[in-house]
Design a protein around this ligand. Structure first.
Ligand code: C2E
Ligand code: CA
Ligand code: CA
Length: 408
């Protein structure tokens, strides 16, 4: 990397801003640069970098907007690194070294983005230390939990909007913690994502969910099938981490094949972070999984970038509209109009649409007017253990009592 162009940044000068576009990275020759991000409206300084350190490198292999801001804290000399300089440096390296660098750059890009999204909203190194210690503790406890089978799936019923019948379930992990009692994913999924333990938990959740779906369907059939006229489906959440390694994708495909469940009754829910963070790898991973016949759902639609272009770029079948969109649809006409446009477009393109997080009668009424296919939310049912699902299927007590009500 000879003859690099140089930027002489004055003290206080902004080098780039979060959300901005840019294709270059910078190597600090002299001076100091502060890297910060904004989380919940607060500025969080992530690091201060000095000579010999590099920043902005995500832009070299991703078209996404800058995920942090950079500012010179004193007069600084910055060597500018473009994608071309990097490419020619990698290409002239030993082939083994070059492929090692390429592979690790991909993984690094993912981890970096993940860390920024989950950065603690605090400036204090002490606070960060204690967060790290508590995360380490959680990691150890998760390992024990896996070894001692403390994890279970709960299932949240999902209903047909047309008939009010139960149509399927979403599997949601729960941790029967020996001292804390029943723990929801909010307290462990982030740590499990960082440590990679989510890979083990995720394949456990899928295997368990498919086994339980067979029990649910058997119970339904044996109780005269009062609850549903079509076969029940099972939705399972997948972490991006499960899709980064080809070996893990093979494992998922194997679990699906060994389950004995018709693949079209299995829905794997992914969040758009996979599509955003790993645009080169995502279509291949998704195609491979989909070749088994399973359906793919995009979860939490309406948060993050939420680009409708995903709908034709990737082999997806279902759109799950996030709770934040569903909340208050009645109160905000604009939100309702956006939602209506999304639902119509998605349905026109042949996608099924699930509205998540329906908590009130008002929300239900509004969502039913939008003609979403499937409905999910605390109003209809909370996530419950498998045994309770079996009892309710037996009793025929899943039907929605308010279905008889006329729509406005
Ligand atoms: P998610 O995939 O968006 O799942 C829906 C979450 O919303 C669940 O929270 C569910 O209990 C909650 N929910 C459903 N209806 C309502 C409602 O009407 N109101 C409100 N306030 N909440 C509602 P939960 O079970 O705590 O799970 C949180 C997240 O943890 C999930 O969000 C998912 O991202 C993650 N997760 C759960 N199980 C797994 C798993 O097996 N693998 C992976 N990778 N992630 C999982
Ligand atoms: Ca989900
Ligand atoms: Ca969701």
């Amino acid at each position: 990397m000879e003859d690099r162009p140089v930027w002489y940044a004055a003290a206080g000068e902004s080098i780039f801003s979060q959300g901005g576009q840019g294709k270059t990275a910078f190597l600090i020759e002299s001076g100091e640069v502060e890297i910060s991000t904004t989380k919940n409206g607060r500025k969080l300084v992530i690091s201060r970098l000095g000579p010999g350190e590099i920043f902005g490198e995500l832009a070299l292999f991703s078209d996404q907007p800058r995920s942090a801001s950079a500012k010179a804290t004193c007069d600084s000399e910055l060597a500018i690194i473009t994608p071309e300089t990097l490419r020619s440096a990698i290409n002239s390296a030993d082939p083994v070294l070059a492929s090692l660098i390429r592979c690790n750059l991909g993984r690094f890009a993912w981890t970096q983005r993940y860390m920024l999204q989950h950065a603690a909203p605090s400036h204090s190194v002490l606070a960060l230390d204690s967060v790290a210690a508590s995360e380490r503790q959680t990691e150890i406890e998760i390992s024990t939990g896996i070894a001692e089978s403390q994890f279970r799936n709960f299932y949240q019923p999902i209903f047909s909007s047309e008939t009010g019948e139960i149509a399927g379930f979403e599997a949601l992990l729960r941790w029967y913690h020996p001292t804390r009692g029943l723990v929801t994913p909010g307290s462990f999924v982030n740590v499990a994502e960082q440590t990679g333990q989510i890979i083990e938990l995720g394949s456990f959740a899928l295997r368990e969910a498919l086994k339980d779906l067979r029990r649910f369907q058997d119970r339904l059939d044996n109780s005269g099938g009062k609850e549903s006229s079509s076969p029940l489906f099972m939705s399972v959440n997948l972490s991006v981490r499960q899709l980064l390694e080809p070996r893990e994708i093979d494992r998922l495909v194997e679990i699906v094949r060994d389950s004995g469940v018709a693949p079209e009754l299995i829905k794997l829910e992914i969040t758009e972070s996979l599509l955003v963070d790993d645009p080169a790898h995502a279509p291949l991973a998704l195609e491979h999984i989909r070749s088994t016949g399973v359906k793919l759902a995009i979860d939490d639609f309406g948060t993050g970038y939420s680009s409708l272009s995903y709908l034709h770029l990737y082999p997806l079948d279902t759109l799950k509209i996030d709770r934040s969109f569903v909340q208050g649809v009645r109160k905000e006409p604009r939100r309702m109009r956006i939602l209506r446009a999304i639902v119509h477009l998605a349905r026109d393109l042949g996608f099924s649409v699930v509205a998540e997080g329906i908590e009130t009668e008002d929300e239900l009424q509004a969502i039913r007017e939008l003609e979403c296919d499937l409905l999910q939310g605390f109003l209809l049912s909370k996530p419950i253990p498998a045994e309770l699902i079996l009892t309710r299927l037996q009793r025929g007590s899943f039907s929605l009592p308010f279905w008889k009500k006329e729509l406005i």
